[in-house]
Design a protein around this ligand. Structure first.
Ligand SMILES: [Ca+2]
Length: 209
């Protein structure tokens, strides 16, 4: 079994055991995930999770598999984190530079945040905190709500190669993208590192779906 295949099965095992995770119980969704993971593997993205820190937050780059907005939030929360919120220019620049440092600058490197305007389809909020989005860094022409179905907020480094900060855009929430989780850093980061190590070390688990 390939390393990525093991990762996918590990992922399915974690979501299929323990706490109830309604979305993950959908068989068709699981088939989609496996198919998506095969595509991800072919694109040779980094095989290991990435973790970095800024002020009191730690961030995890979800680049193992592409998920929709809701699945991404579920992945983060299941693993003790939450989907990304960006509350300042400093944080936005830091994240942009971090993605550059880790090589996430290709056209396929687009990441879900927890930003959405689903509640009233007008005002943007961070879903995970309930806070209104005050600081923004929309790219020119965004948010453009193409097809009137773009209700969730993605970030990427595609269109501003000479700047360090993140480009923001609205996107269809059902789209499959990478994602960034965040975690309020405790006094020691050992808890987060321990959880990620468990994810990595569990890669030999085999599950029959
Ligand atoms: Ca858009």
């Amino acid at each position: 079994m390939s390393g990525m295949g093991s990762w996918v099965l590990c992922f399915l095992f974690l979501f299929g055991s323990g706490l109830p995770v309604p979305i993950m119980n959908d068989t068709n969704w699981i088939k989609d995930l496996i198919l998506t993971a095969d595509v991800v593997e072919e694109s040779a993205v980094p095989a290991m999770p990435l973790l970095f820190h800024f002020n009191d937050k730690s961030y995890y780059i979800g680049s193992i598999v592409k998920l929709n907005f809701f699945e991404a939030e579920q992945f983060c929360s299941y693993h003790g984190m939450r989907l990304l919120s960006i509350t300042s220019n400093d944080e936005n620049v830091f994240l942009g530079q971090s993605l550059i440092d880790h090589g996430f600058t290709s056209a396929s490197d687009i990441f879900w945040t927890s930003g959405t305007r689903l509640p009233d389809e007008e005002h943007w909020i961070w879903l995970t905190t309930g806070s209104r989005i005050d600081f923004t860094n929309w790219a020119v022409g965004e948010p453009n709500n193409v097809g009137k179905v773009e209700k969730c907020l993605e970030v990427n480094r595609i269109k501003i190669p000479k700047k360090r900060d993140l480009f923001w855009g609205d996107q269809n929430c059902a789209g499959k993208l990478y994602f960034i989780c965040e975690y309020k850093r405790p006094k020691t980061i050992s808890y987060v590192i321990d959880r990620l190590n468990k994810l990595v070390n569990a890669s030999d688990i085999e599950i029959v779906v």
